[in-house]
Design a protein around this ligand. Sequence first.
Ligand code: UDP
Length: 463
Amino acid sequence: PIESSRKQHVVVMAFPFGTHAIPLFNLVRKLAIAIPNTHFSFFNTYNSNKLIFLASNSSNIPSNIKAYNIGDGVPMNNVFTNHPIEAVELFVKATPENFYKGLEAAITEIGIKISSLITDAFLSFAVVISKEMNVPWIPVWVSVPYTFSIHVYIDLIRQLYENDEDSDSGDKTLELIPGLSKIHIKDLPDVILPINRTNLEESPFECMLSKLGRMLPQSANVDMNFYQELYPIPLLDDLKSKFPNLLNVGYLTLSMPPPPPPLLSDLDVTGCLSWLDRQKAMSVAYISFGTVATLPHNETLELAEAVEASGVPFLWSLKDKWKDYLPNGFLERTSMQGKVIPWAPQTQVLAHSSTGVFVTHFGSNSVNESIANGVPMIGRPFFGDHPVNGRIVEEIQGIGLRVEGDVLTKSRVIKSLELVLVHEQGKEMRKKVQSLKEIVLKAAGPNGSAAKDFKTLVEKLSM
Ligand code: UDP
């Protein structure tokens, strides 16, 4: 721990959707342990805080972190339809006032002026707050650096491709942007190039993200949920030239190395880890599409039929409410072949030697966890950063494949499973992902770059 007689007060602002708040909280927990005489006020919505504190054993939470629930912007008696973006838009409409209220409460309660502001990088208004309070702004980017760069170059990308007729097919690549030459226009998040949008006016959420490219260069440091060693050279050089204070603090949803076996058994409430123990090495398909995306009914059917017909042992993380989408009798017929569970201890599943492939939505944390455990992927991207992640996995890193047309059909899934689990091409993918795992293990070690960058962050917060 850093020696310091002065007490500091670091305020942290989370983006409470998808798997954004968990990596941010994990970083804060590490920081709070490293700087015990600094207070951390963690602002997040009630629902997201509840999930985090349920997931972390509360005895593991250092006493110098205090969580505050801030308003989620949902009006009383609001009835949601089924689209996850509705809650996001309501929340964004309530910003930044909800965070200002939290700030007042925390300053009064802790009685120490704020010394730094760490936020999810999506919260672009934080730059204004940091200027008002005259404190450094440290955004944390939980997605991959490629999408960070896409936001940094938003104006240029719009200028080059928005009114370009050749861009209509979406197959054009971002050749003029350093490090992004393999990314296709159709991979970009909607907010960047709204060519597919019916509503041309930006929503509050899109408006917040649109400003990122101009706000991020005003930050003191940027923290990436990534390792310096994993960047392609042009991307790293280019980002470092624009952000000399870029810090890569490593993957934030896993503790590296994985926890020892006695701790694992506590997590195995569904028995899936002991089931994995009984399967052949590298034989199992682990299936999960993260916490937000819902696989359409027809694709759930096709996937289930493919898995059953292939005979591949499977572990499927599927919420109970979507089990009705499975084919009639599927659970009974496949009870010896696989397991459907409402939630999996994913990092432990991916670390298990029986896991052979991860069928995923290409969410950033899922991709990171697959790489850190050397597991090749089959992906079906949905929205946001998923298509970019899929492109990187398939074309840049060669450690998985993206299902044709980004839609699951029985024949495509059977073909993909065979390719990854049996064919030479799959073996190649496994070799490549295993070598990335080695790089991550080294970078995450005590003398690796992530520890060095983390130390720099600790020093900055302690100044
Ligand atoms: N996850 C898990 N068990 C599950 C499904 C997901 O532990 O059954 C975790 C997974 O390990 C990852 C996160 O949920 O850390 C999903 O994050 P990601 O960025 O991949 O997707 P999102 O949920 O943001 O769409």
